[in-house]
Design a protein around this ligand. Sequence first.
Ligand code: M6R
Length: 611
Amino acid sequence: MCGIVGYVGRREAAPILVDRLDDLSYRGYDSAGVAVAHDGVVVVEKCPGKIENLRAAVGKATPPGTLGLGHTRWATHGAPTQVNAHPHADCTGRLFVVQNGIIENFPTLKRELLERGHEFSTETDTEVVIHLLEEYYDGDLLAAAKKTAARLEGSFALAFLAAGEERLVAVRYHAPLIVGIGGGENFVASDITALLQDTNKVYVLENGDVVSVEANRIDVDSFLPDPPKALGTRQLTIVDWRPEDVSKNDYPHYMLKEIHEQPRALERTLQGRIKDGEIVLREMGLASELIRRVNSFHLVACGTAYHAALFGKYLFERVLRVPVSADIASEFRYRDPIVDGRSLVILISQSGETADTIGSLEEARARGAKTLAVVNVRGSTLAREADAVLYTRAGPEIAVASTKAFTAQLTAMFLLVCYLADRRRMEWPYPREELLAHLASLPSYLEQTLEQTAATAREWGQLIANEADCYFLGRNVDEPLAREAALKLKEISYVHAEAYAAGELKHGTIALIAEGTPVVSFMTQAEVWDKMISNLHEVRARGARTFAVAREDGIGLEDLVEGVMTLPAAPELFAPILAAVPAQLLAYEAAVALGRDVDQPRNLAKSVTVE
Ligand code: M6R
């Protein structure tokens, strides 16, 4: 989704803005632009396509001003053209805005502004914002921004500058925005990855905040009559990510780097959380008494995080013996969910900024449910808004395709279920010490999995790259994994893929299996092994080329499949976490073979901050 950066300070703004936009490019974008103020004049450069186009344009034309705004646009209203790219200007050419989010009442505002004689030049919803600001501006940008924001409906983060004022003004309302604090310079950005080179000190803004940012001064106000948190309470957050965490190092793509970072990521997920035979999640802040009182658990998320939720559902039901639902966030929030004061709604998200997941949290809270966020990004909206938070600690994830965040989420599901079982005084259905020892060994199991599967994943990936379709099958805890494998393949290689609970295939989809169709089966669960074998026979009988991912003891597949990737001998409950690795590698290799833009696949954004 769109990315915002702003700079005010002592250095030349244009190159800083372009570099920071590059850091935000992982969010997904199709055009980019900057506005730089110098000697009371503002110069705008914007280009469709890659940041490099902007960099070239800026190099030639932009003045050496030390105040400016930058933007990466992911088109919603209007095509990704130069005209529609941000920043947008008012009729006088002296006021400028960049925006992330959607202004839902823009048609009404546009009519009103047209009647008042404003001239529009773009197809975007954003342009109304700057003409509205023009209506209210009388030399005080902060005051005008407050009045403007109060007229807008939707979810938005905005940053403004006015020719002649030595400050930026930024507004946050249901779209992420932070202020970074430097020495004699300050920043505004959509997320922390844009600022890691410059500072690790940030203020995370609250909904309704309107901030004036000068080189040596920050003032926080609100456009809401009743701000959610008192204005004096914005806490300075010290970020523990390092600049090198967001560099590619020697990897050709972020995705490959992040796949290989998984052992280290899981080490962090587990660090300090298993002690003397206990799961320690004190920082999560969920009272034992509340945990005991809960009579329904609901896991809610989008995309890959939803697959972690599906996995969590199997695990929670197996251990806690209560009904557990897993929902796609965009469905949960609009389906009149049955949750109340005795429900625990668990929101899973890498970014903590996904609009539908945040909407689900609000829906759950309005019905009196308790909320727990399982998130990766510290200080994100979900982390701040939920009653309790469990950080997955996977480190920054830059590639659009989620990998290490996913395996960290699956691991967090284990930690959580064991913790809840203890508080609810449940017997664990597995030998406790053994399970905890294996849980602690997950990083080394993942290391082995990477070694064992990389070469075969390349072969399969190259083979699948030549096919029009690919099917993934699984049962039980392997079923969410099949879904994840299909999503990974689709999103980065654009090869059509579908996942099926293997038993469901016969109810329609098997009609699509033809001579040579690749079918990859996840077969890590002994309980459903024979059923999976039958399903393999069924697809082979219809001409499918079959492949399997199985545990080391998964013998007996030789005559049924063209290839097997074997996983290390971890307990089968953990096998889906390990099997995620070959699924990711296979998608990666297919995308590379097809020459795709692996880290920034077409049409996708890393963090989906609008509905
Ligand atoms: O940041 P979140 O975990 O809330 O994001 C959810 C999905 O948008 C995300 O997992 C998406 O499906 C990824 N592109 C999958 O690789």
